[in-house]
Design a protein around this ligand. Sequence first.
Ligand SMILES: Nc1ncnc2c1ncn2[C@@H]1O[C@H](COP(=O)(O)OP(=O)(O)OP(=O)(O)O)[C@@H](O)[C@H]1O
Ligand SMILES: [Mg+2]
Length: 248
Amino acid sequence: MNAIETEDLRKSYGDLTALAGLTLAVSEGELFGLLGPNGAGKSTTIRILTGQLRPDSGSASVLGVDPVAEPVEVRERIGILPEQESPPSFMTPREYFDFVATVRDLDESVVAKRVKTWAERLSYREKLDTLNTDLSRGQQQKVMITGAFLHEPDLVFIDEPLVNLDPIVQESLKRFLESYRDDGNTVFLSTHDIDVAAELCDRVGIVSEGDLVTTRRPADLAEGERLLDVFLREVGHDEGVAAGESGR
Ligand SMILES: Nc1ncnc2c1ncn2[C@@H]1O[C@H](COP(=O)(O)OP(=O)(O)OP(=O)(O)O)[C@@H](O)[C@H]1O
Ligand SMILES: [Mg+2]
């Protein structure tokens, strides 16, 4: 079964076409990555699928629910890491997680255990009682990631999850995402890191000018073919870029 489906999604802001008829499907249990140039429509797609933005036309289904007609039900069932968002400045991480727990109707002791696990996984235990405003950018990102997974959803939308994280924490999050996928859950992420997409994702979609131009399984790339080459070819900027030596 598909965890996510969209059909001919269109969205304009005035004269600007952000989505020009985007159609895609993501299977249950798939770790799916969206790549694309700045402004291609990745975050717009995520905002529509998570019930935060209405498309002008087209349809979508998330875990069998229509995010346009039933945004609240969709948001209850999924986890969301919005692009470049900080936790509330006037709360500590622990207070923010209590707030998430209240909204999500989670048991206090369950949340305490999950927060401990996440703070260890992402190496920020000593910051749990520091005001969010006094955390570094990467530490704030760790808090937002924890908040997205606190209710252990079956499907997460994570918009540039690795941004601002140090290499050790990136590794830890990548290994978690793999095990989360191995447990049958679905991940829909956007990233600008082509190497991460190639290493981590079961399948990658490339968005350009509001449309999905291709999807690839990194595992199925031809010998010597790199995902970067596919990207450059598909978004139409392949002139003058030398092919790298290491094949991917
Ligand atoms: N609220 C808005 N009002 C006007 N234009 C917007 C709005 N949100 C997005 N856009 C425009 O829609 C287009 C798609 O934006 P979107 O944020 O989806 O791109 P993206 O693929 O996520 O880019 P990035 O890689 O930079 O995050 C861009 O041209 C952007 O300027
Ligand atoms: Mg974006």
